[in-house]
Design a protein around this ligand. Structure first.
Ligand code: ZN
Length: 821
């Protein structure tokens, strides 16, 4: 899922890092260097024969299977779904199961749900006094509460029957339901469950969710996008048994793979997009539309299957009859669909080098309100996603990939189908349609993101209910690589292209939890689950591991776990196992911790080797002493005021100390030097003479770790002759002392400056300490002009009353709220 606001939820910057570091340093190794580099073994689950120590599925890997046959009807008058299904559940686990669990996600909208009862003001658009701006209620909150008042939501379940049509005992617990079996389902056995259900579809704009309907007042018609719409088998796993943690709205879905055969009955003038492949095109499409679909397979640009003109004609009528669209999908973990008489449909074949699936149909469905931006970008973005993601994973294994325009912003993913926002805006007076840069790049980005979710988690089937980052983080990272491949300077993160420039404010913020936090307890959801993992993987790929090692390991992870269910440990272990890079410090810092990256160069000291020859060294020492201690101001002032000193007026006072100083070379010094040379072992003398001949410069460079997160140090050395040297010091430099280290650089020429992270590749949150010697910070200052807000009652009383047509249409998003006395 992606919500556009997620990316702007970065908190206020606070300097929390230093005090924490100082405390940590009170005992033991500075900066807890030993703990920061400790292996993760104690924290990760013990490897088993199901998932092994290298991060791969083990010799006894197993997972369950659930196959669905569903018939569903959409009632457009009542905004209601009714359906019936059989689920064939196959127990491939080594355990006998006495009950099965179903997920009833529509129950999240029941008044009695845990989610509804635990909503807090900030999550519903109301805000309490505890925040800065006082109590407010938005118009959105009013509409939402009214929608809940008007309609009862949640599944209305019929009987669930087992073998022989016998009703089974069902116990509903919030969004989950336990089905008790008459006899235990033994390993290797299958059972067929039958059930029917109905529910009222939410108005998504009013209530908010991953699916629902959208009303278009201009032509009094609707667009339906339907998901979490049938009772789904919960996952039964080797690591947690039944995954039946309740759906509270954030932690998404943990599901089993299976085949789907779905018949969808809708008004006869609707066009349907769904997971899988349409089975009865002849019954629902015209001959011309089928010919266009065929032509699209080899087209270089998207071809209209339903043209804008046909869609415009469709949306004017309201058919009374119905039509049934049949879809089949193999080896998918879920099924979503969308239906409307407003849909324009375009398609373009995506060809890939894969014997099993050489052709994938990239397709888009959208209302006229989405034009002209959707026909221009959506299907192209779908095809680009498949090409780009496959480079870091595997060929796309499904025959279709669809993007459906369902709302204003944000997106949601299902196998082979995704619901995506962003539409142009229409000026109400002139009727002119325009779109902003935000809409254009938002659309391309969200299509890539949601179509990309096919790979993670629809195919690499991680446990979304438990870990947001495993799908959102990995997927946003791949979205980023696809956006970089789309065009230069793609505004991937607000107006920034570099995710590492974007993430630093979040990483410095307080009120943070580690990435390794359960989905429902994540605070600052967008930066935590999406952007920080993207930043982490970018640092890993470009700086810590390098592309060759990273890409091989990441591909290995994707291929090991496609159509299987990985856990975080499987990811951490595979990335190490396939690359040979010790990454425990990296997972600890980025995934288990909340420190940020801030390193600095605190000092640079320059030396050359001393020959210890007094004839050569003493004059140099004298010059240095004179440079270090300039003539006393007191003496200079005394001379100016009083004239020459006594010694000049009375030369009789002079002796040898007036002719010599502590830097005068004596025979004693010469003898000592000779003795020193003689005492050196031959190899020591050789090393010294060679260094003297080379006249190298020795630099002691002090690095400070202010943020706490250990990091590689990308360094740029600038030399006096204008040349530049770039080098990368691995993060292991911090393994004995994670607060402060000194490194020696020996160079044949003089260094004039040392710079850290010149290319912004480590997410350093404060670059002001990255340069030695420091630079003057430069910026522009705008002169502030105050504004008077005095109320002038005399003037206000003379104001004429506006006529009705002058009234502003939008009175603002905040409903007036008044305390009751
Ligand atoms: Zn997502």
């Amino acid at each position: 899922m992606r919500n556009s606001t997620l990316f702007f939820m970065v908190g206020i910057v606070l300097g929390a890092g230093l005090s924490g570091l100082a405390q940590a340093a009170a005992k033991g190794v500075p900066g807890d260097a030993d703990k920061r580099f400790a292996q993760l073994e104690q924290m990760l689950p013990t490897p088993t024969e199901v998932r092994n120590a290298s991060g791969a599925p083990g010799a006894r890997y197993w997972q369950q299977r659930a196959d669905y046959r569903i018939k569903v009807a959409l009632d457009e008058q009542k905004h209601r779904i009714s359906g019936s299904q059989t689920i064939t559940y196959t127990n491939r686990s080594p355990d006998a199961l006495t009950y099965l669990w179903l997920q009833l996600d529509q129950n999240v909208f029941k008044d009695s749900s845990i989610s509804r009862r635990t909503e807090i003001t900030t999550s519903t658009g109301a805000r309490s006094m505890s925040t800065t701006a006082g109590d407010i209620v938005s118009y959105g909150t009013l509409r939402r509460e009214q929608a809940f008042e008007d309609t009862k939501f949640g599944f209305e379940m019929g009987a669930v029957t087992g073998p022989g049509g016998k009703p089974l005992k069902v116990t509903v617990n919030d969004t989950m339901a336990r089905v008790d079996l008459e006899t235990p389902l033994k390993p290797g056995q299958s059972i067929v469950l039958s059930m029917s259900w109905a529910f009222n579809i939410i108005n998504e704009a009013a209530i908010g969710g991953r699916s629902g309907y959208e009303y278009f007042p201009d032509n009094n018609t609707y667009l339906y996008f339907i998901a979490q719409w049938f009772p789904r088998l919960a996952a039964y796993t080797d690591y947690t048994g039944w995954q039946h943690k309740q759906f509270l709205g954030r932690g998404e879905f943990t599901l089993e793979f299976g085949d789907f055969d779905v018949e969808i009955t809708v008004p006869a003038d609707h066009v349907v997009s769904a997971t899988g492949v349409l089975q009865n095109a002849a019954a629902v499409l015209t001959a011309e539309q089928r010919a266009r679909l065929k032509r699209a397979e080899t087209a270089k640009e998207p071809v209209f299957v339903v043209t804008p003109a046909e869609a415009a004609a469709n949306e004017k009528g309201h058919a009374t009859g119905t039509r049934t669209w049949q879809f089949k999908a193999q080896n998918v973990r879920d099924f979503g669909w969308a239906s409307s008489r407003k849909f324009i449909w375009d398609a373009m074949g995506h060809h890939q080098e894969d014997a099993r699936m050489p052709l994938v149909m990239a397709m888009s469905f959208y209302p006229n309100e989405a034009e002209p931006v959707w026909s221009h970008y959506s299907t192209q973005a779908v095809a680009h996603t498949l090409a780009s993601y496959s480079r870091l994973s595997f060929p796309f294994p499904y025959p279709t990939a669809q993007s459906v325009n369902t709302w204003e912003r944000g997106g949601m993913e299902y196998p082979m189908i995704s619901f995506n926002g962003y539409r142009p805006s229409k000026d109400e007076k002139s009727g002119k349609v325009t779109y902003s840069s935000d809409v254009k790049y938002g659309l391309i980005g969200v299509v890539i993101h949601e179509v990309g979710h096919n790979y993670f988690p629809m195919i690499v089937n991680s446990d979304e209910r438990q870990w947001t980052w495993m799908d959102e983080g990995l997927n946003t990272f791949l979205e980023y690589t696809a956006e970089l491949a789309w065009e230069d300077k793609f505004p991937a993160f607000a107006n920034k292209t570099n995710v590492l420039d974007f993430i630093t404010d979040y990483m410095k913020s307080s009120n943070q939890v580690p990435i390794m936090t359960n989905s429902e307890s994540v605070v600052q959801f967008g930066p935590n689950g999406y952007t920080k993992p993207t930043a982490a993987l970018s640092v890993l790929r470009e700086t810590v591991m390098g592309r060759e090692l990273f890409d091989h390991a990441f591909r290995e992870y994707a291929n090991r776990w496609k159509f299987k269910r990985p856990t975080p440990a499987d990811f951490f272990r595979t990335m190490e196992d396939a690359s040979g890079v010790d990454l425990d410090w990296f997972w600890r810092g980025w995934f288990y911790g909340t420190d940020h990256v801030d390193v600095g160069v605190s000092s640079v000291r320059e030396y050359q080797i001393s020959s210890q020859d007094p004839e050569r060294e003493f004059p140099l020492a004298r010059s240095k002493f004179q440079a270090d201690y300039p003539r006393a101001l007191q003496e200079q002032n005394a001379r100016a005021a009083e004239g020459a000193p006594l010694l000049e007026r009375a030369p009789v006072l002079r002796d040898l100390y007036n002719e010599n100083d502590e830097f005068t070379v004596t025979n004693k010094d010469r003898n000592e030097y000779k003795e020193f040379r003689e005492k050196l072992k031959p190899w020591e003398r050789e090393a010294l003479d060679r260094a003297l001949k080379a006249s190298q410069y020795f630099y002691f460079v002090d690095f400070r770790n202010v943020g706490g997160l250990v990091t590689p140090l990308p360094l740029t050395l600038q030399f006096a002759d204008g040349t530049v040297e770039e080098l990368l010091i691995p993060a292991e430099i911090w393994r004995y002392d994670a607060e402060q280290v000194t490194k020696l650089f020996i160079r044949p020429k003089r260094i004039v400056s040392v710079q850290l992270d010149a290319k912004h590749q480590i997410a350093d949150a404060d670059v002001s300490n990255n340069q030695y010697p420091p630079r003057i910070a430069q910026s522009r200052l705008e002169v502030f002009k105050g504004k008077s807000k005095d109320k002038n009652l005399m003037l206000d009383l003379m104001t004429e009353l506006k006529s009705a047509k002058d009234e502003p249409k939008d009175a603002g998003a905040q409903a007036p709220l008044q305390p009751v006395n």
